[in-house]
Structures are given as C-alpha cells and as structure tokens.
Write a protein that binds this ligand. Structure first.
Ligand code: AVI
Length: 340
C-alpha cells in the first residue's frame, strides 16, 4: 500500500520494532467521531450507544474476562472448533497466506490459526484490525512468541481497516471474523459488511467466520446475565468511558444492566436502565439529556443464527460455503467460505 493512501485514510504509522508496525488514525479524528456519534444517538427518541464504543482498554479487558466465564459459552465453543480444525483447514492453505483478523481483541484464539498456518508456510504476515488499543499488547506478545511472524496492526473499525488492507499485495488472505462479532450487526449492516468483504476479496482468498447458533433460552440468558456480573460491568463501562473521554457526568450507580432474549428477532438485546429520573451533561458532545425512571439506553444486539439463515446470508453476499464446523454441543459454527 502506498504512503499517500495511508495518509489519505488519516493514518499515522508507528514502527515499534522490525517485525511490528501499527497504523492508527490521528487522535483528533477518533475523538470527534465518538463525540458526534454519542451526540446523535442519545438525542434519538429511543436512546442508544453503539456497541463499538464498549472497547476502550478497560472494556476490552472486561470482554476478555467475560470470555473466561463458565456461562459465556461462545468463547469455549469456538475455541473447541479451532482446536480441532487443523487437518480440515490445511488442505485449503498454501505456503503464502496472510492472516487478516477483524476485531482481533487480545488475539488469543488467533494463536490457534497462526499455528495451523505455520504448518504450511515458513513466514507469516498478520494484520489484526481492532478499534481497541489492546492490540498493542497482544501484538507484542505474538511477536515475541513467533520468530517468523510479521505483524501490521490497524487500530480502527473493521470497515476502515478493510479499506486499508484492500490491494495490499497479491498474496492470498485468510480473513477471519471470529467470536460471532457479526451477530452485533443488524441484518442490513451485516449484509453490507459481508458484501464489502466479498468485493475486496481476491479469488484465492478465504473467509473464516464464527457464528453463534440459536439454542435453549436459559443458556442464552445466562451467558449475558452472568452470576459474577462481569457483563453488567462491561455494559456500564461504556458510561464510564463517556465520562472520561467526553467529560460527561453519568453516575454509574443510577443505572443497571438489562439483557433479554427476543425470540422473534433471534437476538439478545442489551440495555442500560435508568434507575431514577436524571439529567446528564456531555460537554464534548455539546449535549444535555434527561432520562426518566426505567428509561432504557440500548447498547447492543447479539444475533443468534440458524443454519439456514447462515446459508442464505452467505448466498446473498456471494460466498460459496466450503465448510461448516461445529462444537460438540452444536452451540457455535465456524464457516469457511470463498468468493463465488
Ligand atoms: C463481541 N460480541 C460478539 C459479544 C457478544 O456476545 O455479542 C459481546 C458481548 N456482549 C455481552 N457479552 C459479550
């Protein structure tokens, strides 16, 4: 990718060590977007905060903690599949794949894929794309552990990161989107996103996506209402972030975590409930709002899929399904696809 394109996209490059570079948008542009988005979504009659704002450093740590909870099965189920696919994935690989990971977070599951890729190639270039600065730490530890790994991180949203990766070079990419993060998009956003990925893919690129399946409601409910209340802390942390970064005065004690499964929509809906009538000021968004008692701020949808829904999503966005793998409880699916 040429320097002018990086600059055009508003990135600054940070060379950390020989095998590790990050590209980050300038601080100002990120803050302005955050302030503006919060201003507009909290002014709507149905207030909301986008789930992409969960992942500041503390939010990313809380999400990692969620992944260790016994109730939060998606992590264990997907890991179980990844641990068992080496032999099944290898026939699709050659000796020159790049690994591109959307929403890499702390890159723990990535190690399983890196291990598989190193079975068929000597050197590997890994492009983690994540909005969170946690990428810094995870990339450093990967570079320490894998001698022949080169990491080029993009600290940004998936969409913008994909613009960055497009036309990087001629080598095939294994593009991964794990953890059912796809489920956090609504139907239109999801379709647009898959189509976007499909368009930028080369004919020999592969796409590996993890998707959470529909299942018993109690299992779903408990995964988002854990007994240690880590999910509640994760949800409330977004208000703390708005306080810290936008100078707001949310009192976290005046809100509670609320997560329910909507069967018709096939999704967990997550909210912050206002426990009293209250006024909030968000100076950097130039906004004052009032919340009535029990008013909800919507913070996340987490869709759960049926196998036929997955198949129609893939078909509609021009993907050929090569494989669909499941964990032993059939709670989660990992799908390997390529561009038609
Ligand atoms: C990142 N994403 C797939 C998680 C989910 O399950 O929707 C985020 C999460 N929200 C609450 N717990 C975990």
């Amino acid at each position: 990718m040429s320097k002018s394109k990086q600059e055009l996209l508003g990135y600054q490059s940070h060379l950390i060590q020989d095998n590790l570079t990050y590209f980050k948008p300038t601080r100002t542009s990120t803050t302005v977007t955050f302030a503006e988005e919060i201003r507009s979504s909290l002014q709507e009659p149905k207030k909301s905060i986008s789930p992409k704002f969960f992942y500041d450093e503390n939010g990313s740590k809380l999400f990692d903690e969620i992944c260790t909870l016994p109730e939060y099965y998606p992590y264990n189920s997907e890991t179980e599949i990844l641990q068992s696919i080496e032999k099944k994935l290898l026939p699709y690989l050659s000796n020159e794949f790049h690994l591109v990971e959307l929403g890499s977070g702390s890159s723990v599951k990535t190690r399983l894929l890196i291990d598989v890729l190193f079975k068929s190639q000597k050197h590997l270039q890994y492009f983690p794309i994540d909005i969170s600065e946690i990428l810094d730490q995870s990339a450093k530890s990967l570079c320490m552990d894998y001698e022949n790994l080169k990491v080029t991180g993009v600290v940004d949203t998936y969409e913008k990161g994909l613009d960055f990766i497009e036309h990087y070079d001629d080598k095939p990419n294994l593009i991964t989107f794990l953890g059912s993060s796809f489920g956090n998009l609504d139907h239109n956003e999801g379709m647009k996103f898959l189509q976007r990925i499909n368009t930028l893919m080369k004919s020999d690129d592969l796409f590996l996506i993890g998707l959470d399946l529909k299942k018993d409601h109690e299992v779903l409910h408990n995964a988002y209402n854990d007994s240690q209340k880590t999910t509640a802390k994760f949800n409330l942390n977004v208000l703390k972030r708005i306080n810290e970064e936008l100078g707001a005065d949310f009192n976290l004690e005046n809100f509670e975590h609320h997560a329910v499964y909507d069967e018709q929509k096939g999704r967990i809906e997550m909210y912050l409930r206002s426990l009293s009538e209250q006024s909030i000021t968000i100076p950097k968004s130039d906004l004052s709002i009032t919340l009535s008692k029990d008013e909800l701020i919507h913070t996340e949808n987490s869709h759960k899929f049926s196998i036929s829904q997955i198949e129609s999503y893939l078909k509609e966005s021009n993907f050929e399904k090569l494989e669909m793998w499941f964990d032993s409880r059939k709670y989660f699916a990992l799908v390997l696809g390529k561009k038609i």
